[in-house]
Design a protein around this ligand. Structure first.
Ligand code: ZN
Length: 88
């Protein structure tokens, strides 16, 4: 899978609203991504600022997969508004 194809796939996941935040803790954000056949869990570590995914592509290559890219897109979109939410 080349980079462009991966980005396109990620964009489609994002646009079709297949990406969502499952829950958020102080240290992590847990995302759910609905793939074609399976559902994937993507975790964003706030301290390390790192994404991990439980799909095969990520575990084999340790590179961003389309699921992580889709979660990044969602975060960027939500990030625009999150500044106005008061945090403790
Ligand atoms: Zn993945």
């Amino acid at each position: 899978m080349d980079k462009r194809e991966k980005e396109k796939k990620a964009y489609l996941l994002f646009r079709q609203k297949r990406v969502g935040i499952d829950f958020e803790t102080e240290k992590r954000i847990h995302f759910k991504v609905k793939g074609q056949t399976e559902e994937y869990s993507v975790i964003f570590d706030k301290e390390r600022k790192e994404f991990t995914c439980d799909c095969k592509f990520f575990s084999l290559k340790q590179k961003f997969c389309s699921h992580i890219l889709a979660c990044k897109m969602l975060r960027e979109k939500l990030g625009k508004y999150s500044h106005s939410i008061p945090r403790k």
